[in-house]
Design a protein around this ligand. Structure first.
Ligand code: DC
Length: 224
């Protein structure tokens, strides 16, 4: 039986996570937050004091790390049995994740961990290369973006709500640096698949985006 896949790729802060999680819930499908796999490896390296330039050690850790995911309303992740959920969203984790994600062998090792999420009745996969590299066969593909200023402002609000004091200029700079690195890398760069539908969420609500993405899902899968 073929398993339907919906991929949602795009730059950081475009709303992919929230939209993907809610759509997976509505459809009753599995959910892959591929960024959380790169982020988990980043946490493993930070905890091990591994330098981001020590490629051999990074690859060793990537090979042996054990991850388990649970998605209720929020995603929670265990790394080698220890809950790392509270560290996943940190800016430092995201920045290290983006740096190590540029190493082709890292992507190769993490490839199968992502493919393993494709199970019945379906999968919503969010990331940078879901529609281009990991699930090129996906039936429905979306490229979700928003202006850098809007993404920085959303991220700023999110962090302030969590009581984390941040500076909007710094957030904007980090988002732009991360976009630049994710687009410029040679292996599996952030790019829109030829057959993906482009959505700019700059002036849309989450509900609008969800409605638009759901309208792309064939009726047979929405009948539940
Ligand atoms: O989506 P995110 O912010 O959690 O991703 C963190 C970093 O991980 C991102 O800057 C680049 C990398 N990443 C990737 O290279 N490919 C993916 N499919 C997902 C994330």
């Amino acid at each position: 039986m073929s398993v339907p896949v919906l991929t949602i790729d795009g730059p950081s802060g475009a709303g992919k996570g929230t939209v993907s999680r809610l759509i997976a819930k509505k459809l009753g499908w599995n959910y892959l937050d591929s960024g959380s796999i790169y982020r988990s490896l980043a946490i493993a390296l930070l905890e091990n004091n591994t330098d981001a330039s020590d490629v051999d050690e990074i690859l060793n850790i990537a090979r042996i790390m054990e991850l388990s995911f649970e998605c209720n309303d929020e995603l929670s992740v265990k790394l080698n049995g220890v809950d790392i959920t509270s560290k996943l969203g940190m800016e430092s984790t995201g920045n290290v994740a983006s740096i190590i994600a540029a190493i082709p062998e890292v992507r190769q090792i993490l490839f199968q961990k992502q493919k393993d999420f494709k199970n019945p009745p379906g999968l919503v996969a969010d990331g940078r290369d879901m529609g281009t590299v990991v699930f090129p066969e996906a039936e429905i593909k979306v490229f979700l973006t928003a202006s850098a200023a809007e993404r920085a402002s959303r991220r700023y609000k999110q962090l302030m709500e969590k009581g984390i004091d941040v500076n909007i200029q710094q957030i904007t700079r980090e988002i732009e640096e991360r976009d630049c690195r994710d687009k410029a890398r040679k292996t599996a760069p952030l790019a829109q698949a030829d057959d993906a539908v482009f959505i700019d969420s700059s002036s849309m609500t989450i509900e609008n985006v969800i409605d638009q993405v759901l309208s792309l899902v064939p009726q047979q899968y929405r009948a539940i």
